[in-house]
Design a protein around this ligand. Structure first.
Ligand SMILES: Cc1cc2nc3c(=O)[nH]c(=O)nc-3n(C[C@H](O)[C@H](O)[C@H](O)COP(=O)(O)O)c2cc1C
Length: 193
């Protein structure tokens, strides 16, 4: 099974640069799935203005969207790494989602968020969006709160993964839950042919 960790912030100096190495390191130590990072910086997509991908399937006009869709297609489940921008999730992620559709269907998604409420408001919105994509959004998520963020910003060693130590049990729970759902839905998709 393949789990993709999707970095949804692309701006210079992004905090996701701190979160992604921790998530990748810990999930990479597990033997129940493979994990790969999908950084939206590596997939600059045009601002969506075409026909609804829910109707067109994988027939995309833009080569960058074709390439992105092929990458997303390979995964059995996802972890969205999300900031909170004005109480929502990043527009770059919404644009990537709106540009595609069938690739996400019937696969689980969980979330790691950060900010004043640990990205909780952005994550709640993403759960609702995920339902529209016929995904299975999971209950378990990791919320990186300001105490952890401040410790990292003020640290001489901001890349030290130990900054996230209080969140290790939450990430482990997220991974256990994702494993169950990835297995269940991969089996069901395979039975569909
Ligand atoms: C445009 C913008 C809007 C923001 N709005 C919120 C917000 O609504 N809630 C929050 O907790 N943090 C907010 N912040 C602060 C972010 O939590 C903080 O900048 C975080 O580092 C953003 O993630 P990033 O660095 O990966 O882009 C905002 C930041 C930006 C740049």
């Amino acid at each position: 099974m393949l789990l993709q960790v999707i970095t949804s912030t692309t701006r210079e100096g992004r905090f996701s640069e701190r979160v992604a190495p921790w998530v990748m390191d810990r999930l990479g130590q597990r033997d129940d799935f493979e994990v790969e990072l999908l950084d939206l910086r590596d997939h600059p997509l045009p601002f969506f203005d075409g026909d609804a991908p829910a109707k067109t399937g994988r027939d995309y006009a833009d080569d960058a969207v074709v390439r992105f869709g092929r990458v997303v297609d390979r995964a059995d489940g996802y972890v969205f790494l999300t900031a909170e921008y004005n109480h929502g999730y990043p527009a770059v992620l919404k644009n990537a989602l709106d540009s595609t559709f069938v690739e996400w269907r019937r696969k689980p998604v969980s979330f790691v968020g950060w900010g004043n409420t640990g990205g909780a408001r952005a994550i709640e919105q993403l759960r609702a969006v995920a339902v529209e994509f016929e995904m299975a959004p999971l209950r378990h998520a990791v919320h990186v709160l300001p105490d952890v963020m401040r410790a990292i910003f003020g640290s001489e060693h901001p890349g030290d993964l130990a900054h996230f130590s209080s969140l290790e049990p939450r990430l482990a729970m997220l991974a256990d839950d994702l494993t169950w759902w990835m297995r269940a839905l991969a089996t069901a998709r395979a039975a569909d042919g």
